[in-house]
Every structure is written in structure tokens, then in C-alpha cells.
Design a protein around this ligand. Structure first.
Ligand code: UDP
Ligand code: MG
Length: 300
């Protein structure tokens, strides 16, 4: 059986299109399917719609959260609930074109990969600044962390049961799927495709949300910011020693000293802030709160 996990946050407009396209693909593939929609605290009629659909189609299941917990939590809930031998994660807005499932499935069953994902080659249709920051981000995280994140790779991927079971062994609260998928290893193949616009509704990602997400991912998979703080601290100590000698023999300038002090205390604050971010993550992990709360579902 193939399980599809579809996180949904205010997707009442997209879901009918999704079902329509998905049905075409399921007819072609001739395999057993289960569609798990995870309603991530939608404020529109997403849940009612899912309930209606699931009445007529036994393959359609839903899990509904008590509030919005974010896409990461929704994906996790789906992965924990699914029973399939092959598992895919898909967006509800058709930005993950369902027809690729056929090729993904071939990649696993015929070519022996553990996971086949989708990677977009162009960022057309995206604001220029956003693409720029995205590129910088991928360069940075691949340099400083112990996982390799592929630029343009989507969450859309088909995985074997074995790989999903490995993913479920990572219990962290601060979940960053792209890092987790890469961390568990296995043989992954990427299919290339051109970016597709969402079919209806609007994106839930603001620039600020993306920024926060990128910080979370770096903190989750790298301790490099802490190391660099320490290295710069040592460098500054060395520089200040040299300056001390210079000032001892030269004429001291008050202006220079004030500027330097401002600079250094700014640096101090920054590094305390970086340490603080790590501690705050530890704080959250220590609470070990549930990653989501299910209000209702129809999974047997
Ligand atoms: N999503 C979710 N919870 C959220 C935000 C998004 O479950 O808090 C779902 C959303 O319904 C969609 C997928 O995650 O199916 C991707 O979201 P979106 O299309 O807004 O992101 P983008 O494609 O613009 O990156
Ligand atoms: Mg989208």
C-alpha cells in the first residue's frame, strides 16, 4: 500500500483540485492507496470538506489538530499514523505534481532507491530577494552543518517503510524535516522539475516565518555559530592586546576607544544572543511537550 500524507492549513479551495488530480494518478498506478489529510488547525471549512470526502471514499482519512501546530508537526502526525509500505508527503496546493508519484514509485521498486524526491531547478515566479536569500541559506547550511540539504528539494518525496521508521526514531521537538530526511541517510534520488504555482489560495509562509525556520534549522543541525563566537572572541582578545601596546606608546584617542567599546559590547550581545538561542532550544526540548494534539480523526 502507498500512504500519502497531506498537511492542510486553510486549503478548502485547493483540496477539490488535489483530489481530482490525485484520482487520475491513482487510477493509472493500480496500487492500494491511503490518503491521510492532516488538518493543521484550519480556520476555514477544510475539516468539514475532508469529512465529506472521507464518507464517500474509504481511502481518505483525516487527522485534525486542536490548533495550528505547523507543517512539521502535521507531517510527523501523518508519518506516525500511516500504514503503507511506501509513504509520500505532498502539499495540498498541487505544487507537488501528483503525476511524479509514478516515476518516484518506479525509482524505488525498479531502481532500488530508498527515497525519490523532487528538486526544482528554477525559482521562477519567486521574488528576487527571496531567491537570493534562499540560495545564501543553502550555501550556509551545507557549509556549517553535518547534514547536506539539497537546494530546491521539496518535502515531496516517496520513501520506503524502513526509511520512515528511521525518521520516526528522531524525537526532537525542534523538527526540521529537510535536515532529518538527510540525516537518516539511505539512497536518495532526485527528479528535477520546474516550479509550479499553487493552484488556489495563498502561501502560508511570510518572509519572517522563513527566516525563523532557517535559524531553527541551523540551530538544529549545527553548532558552528557557537564555535565561531568563541573563535572571534579569541581573535578580539589578541587584537586588544596589540592595541593595548599601541595605545601605551602612542597618543590615546578617546573617540577611538569609545567606538571600539561600542563595537565590542555589540559583539558581546550578539554572541550572548547566539548562546541564548541554543539554550532556548534546549529549554523547549526539556519541556518535551507533545508535538501536536489531535482533536479528532477517523483512523482505525
Ligand atoms: N501547511 C500546514 N501548516 C502550516 C502551514 C502550511 O499544514 O502551518 C501546509 C499547507 O496547507 C500546504 C503545505 O503545508 O499543504 C505547504 O504550504 P504552502 O503552500 O503555504 O507553502 P509553500 O508551498 O508556499 O512553501
Ligand atoms: Mg505551496
Amino acid at each position: 500500500m502507498i500512504s500519502l500524507i497531506i498537511p492542510c492549513y486553510n486549503e478548502e479551495e485547493s483540496i477539490p483540485y488535489f483530489i481530482k488530480e490525485m484520482n487520475k494518478v491513482m487510477d493509472k498506478m493500480n496500487e492500494k492507496f491511503e490518503l491521510i489529510f492532516v488538518n493543521d488547525g484550519s480556520k476555514d471549512r477544510t475539516l468539514e470538506l475532508l469529512k465529506d470526502i472521507s464518507k464517500n471514499d474509504k481511502r481518505v482519512k483525516y487527522i485534525s489538530f486542536s490548533r495550528n501546530f505547523g507543517k512539521e508537526a502535521a507531517m510527523l502526525a501523518g508519518l506516525e499514523a500511516c500504514r503503507g509500505d511506501y509513504i509520500a508527503i505532498m502539499d495540498a496546493d498541487l505544487q507537488d505534481p501528483p503525476e511524479y508519484l509514478i516515476e518516484m514509485y518506479k525509482g524505488i521498486v525498479e531502481e532500488g532507491y530508498d527515497c525519490v524526491g523532487l528538486r526544482r531547478t528554477s525559482r521562477k515566479g519567486e521574488p528576487v530577494i527571496r531567491s537570493f536569500f534562499a540560495r545564501c541559506y543553502y550555501k550556509l547550511i551545507n557549509k556549517i552543518s553535518d547534514v547536506k540539504v539539497v537546494d530546491g528539494a521539496r518535502d515531496f518525496r516517496l520513501m520506503t517503510r524502513q526509511m520512515v521508521d528511521s525518521i520516526l526514531r528522531l524525537h526532537e521537538n525542534n523538527r526540521y524535516s529537510k535536515g532529518i530526511f538527510s540525516w537518516v541517510g539511505y539512497n536518495v534520488k532526485y527528479l528535477e522539475y520546474k516550479n509550479v504555482e499553487r493552484v488556489a489560495g495563498t502561501t502560508k509562509w511570510s518572509f519572517f516565518k522563513l527566516f525563523k525556520y532557517s535559524i531553527d534549522s541551523i540551530v538544529g543541525f549545527s553548532t558552528f555559530p557557537l564555535v565561531i563566537s568563541a573563535i572571534i572572541g579569541i581573535l578580539l582578545m589578541f587584537i586588544s592586546f596589540v592595541m593595548f601596546i599601541v595605545l601605551l606608546f602612542g597618543k590615546s584617542s578617546l573617540f577611538g576607544i569609545i567606538t571600539l567599546m561600542l563595537f565590542l559590547s555589540g559583539m558581546n550581545m550578539l554572541f550572548i544572543g547566539i548562546v541564548g538561542i541554543y539554550i532556548s532550544k534546549m529549554h523547549i526540548e526539556l519541556h518535551n511537550r507533545p508535538k501536536y494534539i489531535v482533536k479528532e480523526h477517523n483512523i482505525k
